[in-house]
Write a new protein. Structure first.
Length: 391
């Protein structure tokens, strides 16, 4: 299988596109300006709204952010205080855990996280956990390895990439993450309010780190500046991936022509998606949710009892691809073609859920409603691709 991670400039931003056999599986697009996601600040509490169990906190440039009191019972105060209750004027250490989406403000957390390719260090959740996608035998080995660096002060999450990594690589990364975390906690008391203590690398770079090693064989870019930036980043955060990086130098055939970059973006933004069977999908994002409709279209109907099931299964595979490709998140409602039996519906739900579990971002099937609509949820972390292209 031809599996390439293409990094190229597109319009006024940078695109990272995962191609499988020439077909896009994932797109991350970022403007040149930096994102707030993952940044760590000394936040200033400007208002505590008890009836919604939340506080509003200002960070750099006085950007207002949402801070849930229920999700953050133990704020990280910059200086000692008498009361344990959060009040206006308090200065707390926070990290942007979710970008501002549509009309919503960015979301903050006091559970600081420091992510590497194999591990994530967390300050508030002190458990040691292993990705559910790692097999039990390897999980036991990783938990034993954790005893070398986990002393109970912080939590550690073994990411899916740790499944194939050498133990010394994982231990070395743990040391780097621990040193970075301890530095941030040490300097916080000496920095001014609203200042940024840690600025996350551009998301197009962290995307390269976070995509599973097993999903691509090469990272290719044709621009010298991007090549050097990627190489420097990988050397620090994912040294094992440096040999996969290649500078494309054929000036007669641009990289964007060799791999259909423009087609990938068109496929990820158009409303109607045709399937090989002749059926098609209609994908319509709204303010509250994303609606996906499966239509028979040009499908030549068959008398076979499983004819509609086969079309729905084809649609399920493409829907899972489109969800990841477009970075759709939150609540997604899918109206599949109606089928005559509960057994066929169950088979469809199992197949769709299996496809969604391949997504690095947590996504799953919730249920099928009485009206036959399939409910899907996908963790909301970043803006969708269409939103990023519009901004």
């Amino acid at each position: 299988m031809d599996r390439k991670l293409i990094v190229t400039r597109y319009k006024n931003g940078i695109a990272v596109i995962l191609f499988r056999n020439g077909k896009a599986a994932q797109i991350l697009f970022e403007r040149e300006e930096a994102s707030l996601l993952g940044n760590i600040y000394i936040g200033k509490v400007v208002n505590v709204v008890k009836n919604i169990r939340a506080a509003f906190v200002e960070i750099e440039d006085r950007v207002p952010c949402y801070f849930s009191l229920d999700d953050n019972p133990d704020p990280l105060y910059v200086s000692a205080k008498q009361s344990s209750s959060l009040v206006s004027g308090d200065e707390i250490l926070v990290q942007v855990s979710r970008e501002g989406v549509k009309t919503k403000s960015p979301t903050l957390t006091s559970n600081l996280s420091f992510a590497g390719k194999y591990l994530v260090l967390t300050t508030a959740k002190r458990k040691i956990t292993v990705s559910s996608k790692i097999l039990p035998e390897r999980k036991a080995q990783l938990l034993a390895l954790a005893k070398r660096f986990a002393d109970g002060r912080f939590g550690w999450i073994f990411r899916t990439n740790a499944a194939e990594a050498e133990e010394e690589e994982i231990a070395a990364e743990a040391g780097r993450l621990l040193a970075g975390c301890e530095h941030i906690l040490a300097v916080a008391a000496h920095r001014p309010c609203r200042s940024c203590l840690y600025r996350n690398p551009p998301q197009w770079l962290t995307c390269i780190r976070d995509i599973y090693d097993t999903e691509y064989d090469e990272i290719i870019t044709e621009e010298d500046a991007l090549y050097e930036q990627i190489k420097s980043y990988l050397a620090e955060y994912a040294p094992a991936c440096v040999p996969k990086l290649r500078l494309y130098q054929d000036r007669l055939l641009p990289l964007s022509r060799l791999y259909p970059v423009e087609t990938a973006f068109e496929d990820a933004t158009k409303e109607r998606i045709w399937l090989k069977s002749g059926a098609y999908l209609v994908i319509q994002p709204t303010e509250a949710l994303t609606a996906i409709d499966v239509n028979t279209g040009k499908y030549e109907r068959s008398k076979a009892t499983d004819a509609f099931l086969n079309v729905n299964l084809e649609a399920a595979r493409e829907i899972a691809r489109q969800i990841r490709l477009r970075n759709l998140s939150g609540m997604i409602l899918i109206d599949f073609i109606n089928m005559p039996s509960a057994e066929q519906n169950d088979a469809l739900l199992l197949a769709l859920d299996a496809e969604l579990r391949k997504d690095p971002v947590k996504a799953c099937v919730v249920d099928m409603t009485k009206l036959g609509l399939v409910e899907v949820t996908r963790k909301r972390v970043q803006k969708s691709l269409s939103e990023k292209l519009k901004t």
